[in-house]
Design a protein around this ligand. Sequence first.
Ligand code: NAD
Length: 259
Amino acid sequence: MNGKKTALITGSTSGIGLAIAKRYAAKGYNLVFNGLEPNGAEIAQSVADEYQIEHLFFPANMADPAQITAMAADSLQRFGSVDILVNNAGIQFVSPVESFPEAKWDAIIDINLNAAFHMTKALWPKMVENKFGRIVNMASAHGLIASPFKSAYVSAKFGIVGFTKTLALEGGPVGITANAVCPGYVFTPIVENQIPDQMKTHNMTREEVIEKVFLKEHAVKEFITVDAIAEAVLFLTDSAAASVTTGIALPVDAGWTAH
Ligand code: NAD
């Protein structure tokens, strides 16, 4: 325990989560890293070295409530509190509903939705005791609007927006805020990995998938950067407005949901 605030970010050894972790590291927070990248420990260590911060790397499988609870307990033991929780870990699978594999449906709901419940439940009592907590759930434009062939993902992301609003109502009187961020397409492994399935499902080339599937609905025809998403998370946890901004689902989506 070093008197500094602590941020726990799930899925923070890749993509958006890693960008968020770096922003908190730059502000001197203690960090709890999580993720299943095989080199996750080295990624976490290199961020900690670069910014001279204390950290824990805990590769809990977010599909397993027992591992989530253990990560929460270890984090509280090491740092005394977790002040910022970013429920960010997520996976995707693209398929028409009639051939959507049951195991993929269950994994998406477990990792993208149920994990946020287990993580939040485990850390909530200490936040209440401290009269301080900032929770950000990584939803998606797909938490506000649907696309075909993503039934499990859209269901999980709409669910997490509802979960966020409920947390805001329960947390408001006890010093806890909860918000969701709803990114459009950000070019990370979760998007890269969809390209083969999208090519198959839509019968398109890689270039056509990027132009006609990913960027089609963006008013600004660009991928969103991981830094833009990290900036939004910082705003919701660390700005002058953060103590009264709660229960929102903030699109950072290049105009996608303006349709
Ligand atoms: P990513 O694949 O780069 O990162 C996902 C992270 O989650 C990785 O660290 C991965 O190891 C971790 N993860 C996956 N399954 C896990 C499990 N079972 N246990 C522990 N960790 C696990 O993808 P990203 O784009 O950075 O995605 C981060 C979040 O942003 C996800 O919730 C995703 O749905 C959301 N999102 C992404 C986009 C986008 O276009 N990239 C758009 C909207 C929302």
